[in-house]
Design a binder for this molecule. Structure first.
Ligand SMILES: [Zn+2]
Length: 159
């Protein structure tokens, strides 16, 4: 399917991530797979520089109407999952003082995912979600930069 589409999304979103202090490493592979490896929309394989995504069609079917992005249309939702997984790829090389930092990684990934949504979808999302709105505002990129630099951890810094 959508090799061209995924490449277009990555080409558009990687510079935006860079502008928000998220440096996606070179050589990350994005692969669309049906069926998916897990009951999730995308997965980043730590240390392998590989992102596996559901195809857009299957992702649209799989989406849970009760979950956070239910208010976001299928197409920007797919795009935003790409951003989420690219952020995981970028965070993979960040310093973490614990065995790993899954909460911090998820926080950064969701923050950039929400930021990447088109304004309308983002507003719809924010209206229906309890997600911490601070990260989708402008100063969010400072926090994300500190996270990526290994200077901030969610469970200590934000809550
Ligand atoms: Zn994630």
């Amino acid at each position: 399917m959508s090799r061209g589409r995924i490449c277009r999304i990555a080409a558009r979103e990687i510079p935006k991530l860079a502008a928000c202090n998220v440096a996606v490493p070179e050589g990350v592979t994005l692969r669309s797979v049906d069926p998916p490896p897990k009951p999730c929309l995308g997965i980043f394989h730590c240390g392998e520089a590989l992102i596996r995504l559901l195809s857009p069609g299957l992702m649209a079917k799989r989406r849970d109407p009760d979950r956070a992005f239910a208010s976001v249309p299928d197409e920007p939702c797919f795009d935003s999952v790409v951003v989420h997984e690219l952020t995981h790829a970028a965070y993979d090389s960040a310093e973490c003082p614990f065995v790993d930092c899954p909460a911090t990684a998820e926080y950064a990934a969701y923050a950039t995912q929400v930021r990447s949504l088109p304004a309308e979808a983002r507003e719809a999302f924010e209206a229906t979600s309890a997600f911490d709105h601070c990260v989708s505002r402008d100063y969010g990129c400072q926090l994300i930069g500190r996270i990526m630099g290994g200077a901030a951890f969610i469970d200590r810094e934000c809550f």
